[in-house]
Structure formats: C-alpha cells, structure tokens
Design a protein around this ligand. Sequence first.
Ligand SMILES: Cc1cc2nc3c(=O)[nH]c(=O)nc-3n(C[C@H](O)[C@H](O)[C@H](O)COP(=O)(O)OP(=O)(O)OC[C@H]3O[C@@H](n4cnc5c(N)ncnc54)[C@H](O)[C@@H]3O)c2cc1C
Length: 379
Amino acid sequence: MDSLLTQTEFDFRKDVRNFVKQELMPHVEEWERRKKFARESVKKFADYGLFGILVPPEYGGLGGSVTEYLLASIEIARASTSLASIFGSSAGICSAAILNFGTDEQKKHYVPPIVSGDLFPCFAVTEPAAGSDAAKLATTATRDGDDWILNGTKSFITGGDAADVLLIFATVDKSLGAKGITAFLVDRDTPGFSVSKVEDLIGMHASSACELFFRDCRIPGSAVLGEIGKGLRVAFSSLDLGRIHVAGQGIGLSEAALEASLAYTADREQFGQPIGDFQGIQWMLADMSVGIDAASLLALSAARKAESGKPYSTESVKAKLYAAETAADVSRKAVQLHGGYGCTRDMPVERYYRDAKMIEIYEGTNEILRTVIARNLRS
Ligand SMILES: Cc1cc2nc3c(=O)[nH]c(=O)nc-3n(C[C@H](O)[C@H](O)[C@H](O)COP(=O)(O)OP(=O)(O)OC[C@H]3O[C@@H](n4cnc5c(N)ncnc54)[C@H](O)[C@@H]3O)c2cc1C
C-alpha cells in the first residue's frame, strides 16, 4: 500500500506511527486489562490533532484527506482496536454527520469541542429489536410545543458511557416507517437520559458498548440534525465514511498479528529448527500477507473514491467486509502459529483474535454487507 501513497501521506503515516508508539503503546495493555473506556486516550488524540483530521480549519481541524483518516485508523489499530474505535467516533462518523447535515450553529457549537476533545460523541442507531434492520427502530420523538420528547432504548453504543453528546436516531411517526426516522443531537446531562447497561464484551476492552435509555427526555427543537424524516440519510452517509475507518481497524489489527507471528515463528524452535522454517507455517504467513495487501488496496480505493466526490458506498462496504474477514482469518492463524502460548493473555494475538470477531459485526455484519453489494450489482 505504501508505494501507492503520496509523500505527504507516507510522512503522515510515519508521524502517526510515532505518536502511537510514544503516547498509546505504553498504556494499551493496562487500559485493555482495566476493561473500561479509555478516556485518557481522548485527550491524547485531541492534542495530536487527530480528531480534526477531516474537519476544515475553520472548525479547528486539519482539513486532511480520507486517505489520511484511513492511515490513522490503521496505525492506531496496530496498537489497539478499542482505541481506534474511540478515534473513529470523534474523527469520523459523528463529526462528519454534523458537518454534512448540521446548521451553522450546530457546527460551531459541537465540532470545535469534538476536535479539542472537550466533547466526546457517540452514534446511536441500534436498538434491542432493531439491529441490521435499522429502519425498524422504535425510539420515539414526540412533538411538544417547540420541543421533542424522546422515549426508547439504544443498544451496543460505542462509548455511550463516556459520551458528552449523543447523535441519536428516533422516529417522529412510526406509521411513516423509514421516512419518520430523524437524527437528533442530545446533550448528556439532559434529564431523562441514562446509561442502563455497559456490556461485558468478548473484546475491545478499552472501549465500551452501552445500552442507553431515554425516558421522557425533553430536547429543544434545535436538536434536530438535518431534515425531519431524513435521519437514515444522515446515518447511512456517515456509515459510508465510518466503514473506511473500520476497514482500517481490520487492516491495522492484521498487520500487528502478522508482525507478531513473523517474530514468534522465527524464534520458536521445534524438531531442532525454527517453526518458521517449515513450509506449512510459511504458507500461513504468506496467506496472511496476501489478505492484508488485498484489504489495504480495497480500503485505499474506497478512500480515493470518497476524495473524488463521487458516491463511494459500494467501495466502502467492500473494503469493510474484506478487511473484517481478513482480520478474523489473520488473527485466527496468528493464534494457531503461537500454539498454546497464543491462547494466553501473555501474548497480544489472543486480543487480536477476540477483537477481530467484533469487527465482523459492527457497522454492518458480513451478511448485511454482502446483501448490499449484491443489491448494488443487480440494480
Ligand atoms: C462492539 C460493538 C460496538 C457497536 N457500536 C455501535 C454504535 O456505536 N452505534 C450503533 O448504533 N450500533 C453499534 N453496534 C451495534 C451493531 O451495529 C449491531 O450489533 C449490528 O448492526 C447487528 O445488529 P444485531 O446485533 O441486532 O444483530 P441482528 O441484526 O439481529 O443479526 C443477527 C444475525 O443475523 C444476520 N442477519 C440479519 N439480517 C439478515 C439478512 N437479511 N440476511 C442474512 N443475515 C442476516 C446478521 O448478519 C447476524 O449474523 C455495535 C455492536 C458491537 C458488537
């Protein structure tokens, strides 16, 4: 992938790798073991300017490219998928939704503090009975004078326990189906909002996935993001960008798993020689490397298409699907190559294996992404 980058992109990647090495790596194992959202990382990302990577300078950002956003996701995920997830919420999906659909006032109010790390956002679509079928969400927003009253439950919301502002999707009229869904920005301290559960997840232990509860939660009319009834447009266009980031998570995790495997198989001896000298082991390493290159090219192609200003939904779906399956495959092979030691907490590969499973689920499961690709092929 590096040979296809401009010098600026290449230098940016190197800089982010140094930042990750110095500022994140020393804390990763402790933060993962603690099993809590690593709030400390928010300030580190913000201080380095990474939350503003896609944000225009007028809102305090760097005005960078989608490719740089992808590269940052890869580099952070080489250290920790959880931390990459924290980066993605602020730098991508939430700030992009506000920039693309917000009023001037909303942009000025929310985006600079997201970039500076003073506000952490979350993106809340999923509900207990509406996962893949997001259009069936049941959280209601009922008009009361100029205000809206929210009632409902959201599930698996990344960073929901740490978020200062919630981008939530609710229906203003269930009889309208998808056309009733509307996006709202809700401040955390709004009465009627609470975090009802923090999930005990298989992986990504330095992040969090939470159940959020809204009971007669009154928000002002100015909290609507975009047009009433056009919430799914806000959600889906944000997910197009978000999936390039998630592809980056899969690629970064896979690169780390391959590096660990190369080092281990060069060192570990059985039958009087390093196990890396066995052809069966080499073929596994080769397949891991091919998968990573293929995933990287798909992700880069999606990022370039996004930068061209043309629709890039199919490219970003393909990139996310392929990178997620690559991460699952590469991390499974990495554990296998480490033998029994790969199953212990002493080795990072067990974490990659647990985290990779989740990449296959959020921002569209493998099955749903295949359905989207097939639908686009047939249309
Ligand atoms: C760690 C984590 C973080 C998350 N963060 C967020 C977040 O920040 N914000 C948010 O809104 N959501 C978030 N989610 C939720 C995530 O997007 C959903 O879990 C996902 O969309 C799947 O929904 P579900 O879990 O209800 O599964 P379901 O939709 O019930 O699916 C169950 C199974 O059925 C399959 N399936 C469903 N429909 C079809 C179909 N038509 N054809 C074939 N197979 C099908 C699925 O692929 C899956 O294998 C997160 C989830 C996790 C695990």
